[in-house]
Design a protein around this ligand. Structure first.
Ligand SMILES: Cc1cc2nc3c(=O)[nH]c(=O)nc-3n(C[C@H](O)[C@H](O)[C@H](O)COP(=O)(O)OP(=O)(O)OC[C@H]3O[C@@H](n4cnc5c(N)ncnc54)[C@H](O)[C@@H]3O)c2cc1C
Length: 447
């Protein structure tokens, strides 16, 4: 296979192929046909035009931190690695927006915005490793989602190379604008199946000058879920509202040397922000008083950051103790307690360990089924898959979704149609065919 007009051409070394053979979902590794690492939009265009002419499958990839097996370099495909496409082209402080290439690491954009007293609000737990392109392609959520929403709420315009190599720009660099269909919304969350995102204009917001952060410990996870409902009713709107169950706290303690589990069987990490941050946290504390066992206020920004860092280590902590099958459901927030209780019952009935943490403010739970580590290319054990299946069914039964932020990828493909229904699923397949008539972009993934 020879790929024209791409710097470095087709990389096929064993080490390079291994790097892109899977993502963080635990999907069994496969070996793609090769990897290309372009450094200009023209090179991406040349490559995709060649892929269309030759009918070559393409998997676009950012950092590979995805949890849905969406960026997996499947056999026969060429991986279009855009992680080196990593320049912040402009921070426009007056217009409060940023123009970036897709390989920029999410935390680096936020740090650059911070120098202008601005903030890039979406902050997935993987903020230090994931790319903006991957965040847009998965419509990533994050810890601040309780107040600031998901990636889609912060994307103004996109430069996209279509499957045939055509470069298009969708959206605009103004805060408002409604001419035509919302193609920014369509590409955001399209998981590399409609085009390769090669540039983005992103919205920045004023960085809150004040934050107040608390760790609220509970006697059990059901009480923590009850507290989330009380917070929602209180009129307060925390920026961060994260839930972790006792077993997850133990895993974090083991990895990080912290002592969360000695303080309770469940934890809510709560952060309010803005000019009234302290007053708002008082409102939260009053609202959860009937539920909470023990509440600790972070003394300063460094302590707050340590608490958020510990939360971000939840998944690595579970990866350290076994093989995780990572789920990502959302339910109406008032049904969080019921969802958590029934997930525990599923774990007991299927004989698997299920850890639960998530973005409680969004009703988003990550039930993580951890089994003993097998060979990485083994499929997940049958009992783990059976439990996952029942968790998806539960999410739909409770009026929720099978994936709140990680995406469908290859992992949840069988379930996407069930959630969407046959008519909408067909419509989505037709949309895909319109943008990618030969079906070369990320085949086998998403809808
Ligand atoms: C510890 C940990 C914590 C996490 N926490 C969160 C969280 O809080 N919230 C959350 O939403 N996710 C979370 N994730 C999942 C993951 O980080 C996100 O899905 C992230 O958006 C993926 O970015 P990436 O650059 O790694 O993309 P990849 O994994 O490389 O790709 C993900 C998908 O996007 C597509 N893609 C990537 N770049 C492009 C592009 N330029 N153009 C078109 N398609 C593209 C790929 O084809 C694939 O389908 C977490 C992951 C880890 C490991």
């Amino acid at each position: 296979m020879s790929v024209p007009a791409v710097r470095g051409d087709l990389l096929t070394g064993a080490e390079v192929l291994r790097e892109v053979s899977t993502d963080r979902s635990g999907w069994p590794a496969t070996a793609p046909g090769g990897v290309v690492r372009p450094r200009s939009v023209a090179e991406v265009q040349g490559f995709l035009s060649w892929a269309s002419r030759t009918g070559t499958a393409v998997v676009t990839r950012g950092a590979g931190s995805g949890l849905a097996a969406g960026a997996v370099g499947v056999a026969g495909a060429v991986v279009l690695d855009l992680s080196g496409f990593d320049r912040i082209l402009e921070i426009d402080a007056d217009e409060q927006l940023a123009r970036v290439e897709p390989g920029v690491i999410t935390a680096e954009l936020d740090a650059a915005a911070s120098a202008h007293s601005l903030m890039y609000a979406p902050d997935p737990g993987s903020v230090g490793i994931s790319t903006i392109g991957g965040n847009i392609a998965t419509n990533a959520g994050g810890l601040r989602g309780a107040k600031y929403g998901v990636t889609r709420d912060h994307v103004l315009a996109l430069d996209v190379v279509l499957a045939d190599g055509t470069l298009i720009r969708v959206g605009r660099d103004t805060i408002k604008g409604v001419a035509g269909y919302d193609l920014v919304g369509l590409f955001t969350g399209s998981e590399g199946t409609l085009g390769a995102i090669v540039g983005a204009t992103l919205r920045l917001i004023p960085r809150p000058l004040r934050t107040s952060t608390a760790a609220a410990f509970f006697a059990d996870i059901g009480s923590a879920a009850g507290a989330v409902t009380a917070i929602t009713r209180s009129g307060a709107r925390p920026a961060v509202l994260e839930i972790l169950d006792g077993p997850t706290l133990s895993a974090i303690d083991a990895l990080e040397g912290t002592a969360f589990r000695t303080r309770g069987e469940a934890l809510l990490v709560i952060q309010t922000d803005g000019f009234g941050a302290a007053e708002e946290l008082d409102v939260v504390a009053t609202a959860i008083a009937p539920h909470v066992a023990h509440i600790e206020l972070a003394a300063d920004a460094a302590e707050a950051e340590r608490l958020l860092f510990a939360r971000r280590r939840a998944l690595p902590a579970l990866e350290a103790i076994g093989r995780p099958l990572i789920e990502d459901i959302a339910v109406p927030r008032r049904r969080l307690a019921e969802a958590i209780e029934r997930i525990a019952a599923i774990g007991a009935e299927e004989g698997v360990r299920i850890f639960v943490f998530g973005h409680a403010g969004d009703g988003n739970l990550h039930p993580i089924i951890v089994t003993d580590r097998g060979a990485t290319d083994d499929p997940a054990p049958a009992e783990a898959l059976a439990a996952a299946d029942r968790i998806f069914a539960l999410a739909l039964e409770l009026g929720g979704t099978i994936t709140a932020e990680h995406g469908v990828g290859r992992l949840k493909r069988a379930w996407a149609e069930r959630e969407l229904g046959p008519e909408v699923h067909l419509l989505q397949r037709r949309l895909k065919a319109l943008f990618d008539p030969l079906g070369i972009l990320n085949p086998g993934s998403s809808v």
